[in-house]
Design a protein around this ligand. Structure first.
Ligand code: GLU
Length: 549
């Protein structure tokens, strides 16, 4: 009896690995093309860090005319959550991180290297486990959980490195005959990898992000196939990234310490190992302490947060590139109108220790991104967001023609308005432009330099009865405000006022402020000329009269 007999007993149905090697041939791609992937597990909400990794991977594939795919890693079926897979697919769709290959629904995929969901690839992993068993590079292990716990305890007490290795790897020395018999008798088992590594020897790894890192060799006989017949992450990673012809494994740096094991698996299977790039997690400044963005503590850790707040996907992606490569900021400054697609992302420029996530900065980026949108686009997005999250906003925007004018104020010019960071800002920013909302809200007119009721009434009265003409151009419009100032004894020009402050009560700017506050209830607004043009004569008169009474 030999290894082959044992392998045959364990996996009688498995195909020869040649079958898979031929089915998933080397990809025919140009030199330097990066084939990479994002490989989330459907175990909870989609974390912004996962999206970040996906964005980086997708961008590198695209930049090099390579391939980017989405693989679902669902081998830990106990931890799988309902709609986990759908949630992942939805997030990547919403953020327009498009995949060339991978799962498109829970059961369907696109691409020639599928299925791209690990639970659908059981037979593939088993074929390769059989291949290792046949060569004596893997073996069945019959240790019970209890035995493993006892072993761990002993190791702890003796302060020995924990794990299943060397003399602790009890089942490693079981003879083929014995193992065969146990299996025939129905004993439960897992398949372990028989490590040839030695802890006192070092391996050198050159990571595309972390640079040179040395590790001790792996000597742990890790489980490759669990008792449910499914692989562990380690084994599935190696088989999948080999068969999917991945050139670069871009993943979270919690896996960095597994590199020795993974390289060893690639080697023992006779595969060429891919390059690795380990991304540090996104960090947050918590009262001066840098810590990982946490699923539990930080709402912004969930990808869904951005949609709920109405922060556009473009802005989130733009911000993530900002933290991915510090050179992005300069690039953006020099290329204000270019699409982020044109930015050349570099793995070796990524932060080794973890980029800091700053919500304020993200919102600033978002303001700039939205400032470049057309009124039409802002309108569509705000309506879509309002329909889902804010009925008041949705109703307010019913009159499309008027709303486009409102949203078009100070937009489409060289210095567009930058007061919207998220769709949830829109209502507050423009609601005063709608008569029904404006009059329904109680206005708290806080007049400033000029706040004498009589003076205010007079300014408003003179303005609507003498100086306002809806056909005036901007120059004429402002000249008339100056005339009004002069008529009331205020300085026509700020300069004049500054040169001779005793001679005047106030200046033309203060008169404008009265008009602005009377018109909008606010001291800060976009351009008042444009606001008046959109509001129109009737609304202006109505607003001023409501104050004069
Ligand atoms: N499923 C693994 C995770 O979610 C993926 C790691 C990898 O990209 O290989 O961490």
């Amino acid at each position: 009896m030999n290894y082959k007999d044992l392998a045959e007993l364990i996996f009688p149905e498995s195909k020869d690995i040649e079958y898979y090697e031929n089915k998933y041939p080397k990809r025919d791609l140009p030199e330097g093309a990066i084939v990479t992937r994002v490989a989330p597990s459907p175990t909870g909400f989609v974390h912004i860090g996962g999206l970040y990794q996906g964005l980086v991977a997708q961008k590198l594939a695209k930049q090099t005319d390579g391939v980017f795919f989405l693989r679902i890693e669902d081998t830990d079926q106990k931890r799988e959550v309902e709609n986990g897979i759908e949630g992942i697919i939805k997030s990547f769709n919403e953020f327009e991180i498009s995949i060339d290959e991978g799962m498109t629904s829970k059961t369907e995929w696109k691409g020639e290297y599928g299925p791209y969901k690990q639970s659908m690839r059981k037979e593939i992993y088993q074929a390769y486990a059989k291949y290792l068993l046949e060569q004596g590079k893997a073996y069945p292990c019959f240790c019970t959980q209890e035995e493993l716990d006892q072993m761990r305890e002993k190791q702890e007490v003796a302060k020995i490195r924990p794990g299943y290795y060397g003399v602790w790897a009890k089942c490693r020395t079981i003879t083929v005959e014995e193992a065969y018999k146990k299996i025939q008798e129905g004993e439960k088992y897992v398949i372990r990898f028989k490590s040839q590594g030695r802890e006192d020897k070092k391996i050198k790894h050159k990571d595309a992000i972390k640079g040179n890192v040395d590790f001790p060799e792996n000597d742990q006989d890790i489980v490759i196939i669990k008792s449910d017949g499914l692989p562990t992450y380690h084994f599935a990673h190696v088989i999948d990234d080999h068969l999917m012809r991945t050139t670069h494994v871009i993943r979270g740096d919690e896996w960095l310490s597994s590199v020795p094991l993974h390289l060893q698996l690639f080697y023992e299977l006779g595969f060429k190992a891919p390059k690795y790039a380990h991304i540090a997690p996104i960090m947050k400044n918590d009262n001066g302490n840098k810590r990982k963005l946490s699923k539990r503590k930080d709402p912004e850790a969930a990808v869904s947060y951005y949609k709920e707040q109405g922060i556009p996907a473009d802005a989130v992606k733009e911000y993530l590139l900002n933290i991915a490569n510090s050179s992005f900021e300069n690039w953006r400054r020099a290329n204000k109108d270019k699409d982020i697609e044109e930015f050349d992302l570099q793995l070796n420029k990524m932060s080794v220790s973890g980029a800091l996530f700053d919500m304020i900065k993200l919102l600033d980026v978002s303001k700039i991104v939205i400032s470049k949108y057309t009124a039409e686009k802002v309108y569509e997005e705000a309506v879509k967001w309002g329909a889902e999250y804010d009925q008041k906003l949705f109703k307010m925007l019913q009159n499309k023609e008027y709303s486009l004018k409102v949203l078009g104020i100070e937009r489409g010019n060289k210095k567009p308005r930058k007061d919207i960071a998220k769709w949830s800002d829109v209502k507050e920013n423009i609601e005063y432009m709608y008569d029904d909302v404006f009059f329904a809200n109680k206005q708290n007119y806080e007049f400033q330099v000029i706040n004498d009721k009589k003076d205010i009434n007079k300014i408003l009265d003179l303005y609507i009865n003498k100086y306002y003409n809806e056909n005036d151009d901007k120059q004429m419009w402002f000249d008339k405000i100056k005339d009004l100032a002069e008529e009331m004894g205020y300085a026509r020009e700020v300069k004049e006022f500054k040169a001779n402050p005793e001679a005047y009560k106030a200046h033309v700017g203060d008169v404008s402020t009265v008009l602005r506050i009377a018109l909008t209830g606010r001291a800060n607004t976009p351009d008042m000329y444009e606001i008046m043009a959109v509001l129109g004569k009737d609304s202006i008169i109505k607003r001023f009269r409501s104050i004069i009474q």
